[in-house]
Design a protein around this ligand. Structure first.
Ligand code: MN
Length: 308
């Protein structure tokens, strides 16, 4: 396995295009890539769009009626939170902190990597395969990214109702409710289900926002946003009117534009190549930095950074 992040997604440098501000509308198509044997559609990062708030990675797997072989053996992370969100099926999260947590639709698994953690994604012991879900990463700010790792599971998330839509707020605040999940930067993550018709989402002007459609499709000012496309809306909006001609499920991801420039390589989010080199070396040398995790799945070797 060569992924997740490669130069197909972002260049291994800290250079990014000058950020645009204000209410803009951009559409990005997903890139199909493989995680183990499973094809996923990646909508973040893009070379042109590395982050939305602190959101820096999004891989959608499914929908697949027969279930997906989404097992991923022990691998490391630094400098990010992983947020796993399922629409159908079950998955077992295990990590080097000793966490062993089944995840089901509507529940949030949030792992904080900090200075280093190891985790695996394994088949549910209930023999329920995973059918549909999305793996998201959130970049940690300098303030917390070298701290100890942590893990949270949330199975009682607040819901907001508006117009002909319902929303589960898994991170931050939206529609008058707030998730109790850890957030290191001002951020929001919502799963919304739209019925047929128009809905107006209330936004915060200082946040930038993106939408990833997971099922169905919707439209913004007559422009269709197809399944697995990423629509980027910029900052400076107080509301967003979306129209659905069929029932539709999408994620609304937003936050204050991330003030630091993340450097992403493989499963690592850092700031410099030297930090990535060190993480690569520590993983390959089985340093205690990443803890230990026994798994029936094979440990995944890190690919050598391109610049080494
Ligand atoms: Mn992972």
């Amino acid at each position: 396995m060569s992924g997740p992040i490669t130069t197909m997604d972002v260049l291994p440098s800290a250079e990014v295009p000058a950020p645009q501000s204000g209410p803009i509308f951009e559409l990005y198509q997903p890139r199909e890539t493989a995680i183990g044997k499973t094809l996923v559609r990646r909508t973040l990062p893009k070379r042109q769009r590395r982050t939305i708030g602190a959101w820096c990675f999004a891989d959608h797997f499914g929908p697949e009626r027969t279930g997906l072989a989404m097992e991923v053996g022990p691998h490391p992370h630094i400098g990010l939170h992983t947020a796993t969100w399922l629409l159908a099926g079950e998955l077992l999260h295990r990590d080097s902190l000793g966490s062993e947590q089944l995840i089901r639709p509507g529940e949030l698994n949030l792992m904080t990597a900090g200075s280093g953690v190891t985790h695996s994604e394994e088949a549910s012991p209930n023999e329920v395969p995973v059918h549909n879900g999305i793996q998201l990463w959130i970049a940690q700010p300098d303030r917390t990214r070298n701290e100890a790792p942590a893990f949270e599971h949330h199975d009682a998330l607040p819901e907001a109702n508006f117009d002909n839509a319902t929303a589960t707020v898994f991170l931050g605040s939206f529609g008058g409710v707030t998730s109790s999940a850890r957030a290191d930067t001002p951020i929001v993550g919502v799963e919304a289900t739209l019925g047929i018709g128009s809905s107006v989402l209330e936004l915060r002007k200082e946040f930038e926002y993106g939408i990833i459609v997971l099922e169905g499709r919707l439209a913004f000012k007559g422009s269709p946003i197809e399944q697995d496309a990423l629509a980027y809306f910029g900052t400076g909006r107080e509301e967003l009117m979306l129209t659905a001609q069929e029932p539709c499920i999408f994620l609304l991801l937003g936050g204050e534009p991330f003030a630091e420039t993340p450097l992403m390589w493989w499963n690592f989010v850092a700031r410099t190549r030297a930090e990535i080199d060190q993480a690569y070396q520590d993983w390959q040398e089985r340093s205690p930095r990443f803890g230990s995790l026994d798994s029936k799945l094979d440990r995944i070797d890190a690919p050598k950074p391109d610049w080494r």
